[in-house]
Design a protein around this ligand. Structure first.
Ligand SMILES: [Mg+2]
Length: 283
């Protein structure tokens, strides 16, 4: 029996559009911190320069978690804001202490501005139609986000496209896809991706355990599992290594090396249009 595990943020939602209030608010706050008005041209030019650097070389700009590179920073507007803020503060010679800066950027500004995105989900084209079409299938949402926050987004989607609400009870949140546990040997330690100098770390134990619980309950194995996500390294690499089929939902920010690897792999597929998902998983 095929079991489908869907990522949600960035996969069913348009992370760029949804994250816009976050990015606008965050940059306004950074302007204030360096003594400039909102939308100061010099600050905005630095932000644009960092965005361009990230797009030009996504492999060189990882998102670090517990001191390790666990994902590209490019794909997600929330993650991109961290190197942008660092460079602005560096140029203006502000907030030097690593601990102060970490608290300010990662905690205070992050939470304050993230709150501006709550309650206004922006879905990718066709998201509602796909979830409605999957009704009756063995499908789940497995997300790093809060379970109830994502269930709330699914409920909002159901108001736009009735027929999706059945998935609100099939959300497994707090999947901790960023966490790598070296002591767990249930997956190979690393995967080498052509075009990426650092290895992709596969020992994402918490995420594995959630997927395993779902497939065990269905009497299935990893060979029966299909995982759909928007960040290969975070969502797809570990399940692919354990035998699953995977679909990478791409955007303009998907690193070329991820797209190339997925295109070449016999159990993986690039998803340009969400309408391809039911056929890829169950067809
Ligand atoms: Mg995602």
């Amino acid at each position: 029996m095929t079991v489908l595990a869907l990522d949600f943020d960035g996969t069913m939602t348009d992370a760029e559009a949804e994250g816009r209030p976050f990015c606008v608010g965050y940059l306004e706050d950074v302007c204030a911190l360096v003594g400039r008005r909102a939308n100061d041209p010099e600050v905005m030019a630095i932000a644009a320069e960092v965005e361009a650097d990230l797009i030009a070389a996504p492999a060189a700009h990882p998102f670090l978690w517990m001191g390790r590179a666990v994902a590209p920073a490019t794909v997600d507007p929330y993650l991109r804001m961290v190197p942008i803020a660092h460079r602005i503060l560096d140029r203006f010679d502000a907030f030097h202490g690593a601990a102060d800066r970490g608290r300010l950027l990662g905690s205070v500004l992050y939470k304050y501005n993230y709150a501006k995105t709550l309650g206004r989900p922006v879905f990718r084209a066709g998201a509602g139609a796909v979830l409605r079409e999957l009704a009756g299938r063995e499908a789940w949402i497995v997300t790093n986000s809060d379970t109830h926050a994502v269930a709330g987004k699914v409920a909002a989607l159901d108001r736009e496209t009735p027929g999706c609400a059945w998935l609100t009870s099939r959300v497994r949140g707090h999947a901790r896809k960023f966490d790598v546990d070296d002591s767990w040997t249930g997956a190979p330690a690393e995967l080498a991706l052509p075009g990426l100098e650092r290895p992709v770390l596969l020992r994402r134990r918490e995420y594995h355990d959630i997927l395993k619980t779902i497939i065990d309950a269905a009497g299935a194995t990893f060979a029966d599992l299909v995982v759909i996500g928007d960040i290969f390294e975070l969502d797809l690499a570990m399940p692919l290594a354990l035998g699953a089929r995977v679909g990478l939902v791409v955007s303009q920010h998907t690193p070329a090396y991820e797209r190339a690897y997925v295109t070449a792999h016999p159990r993986a597929r690039v998803i340009e249009d969400l309408a391809e998902i039911p056929g890829f998983a169950f067809g």
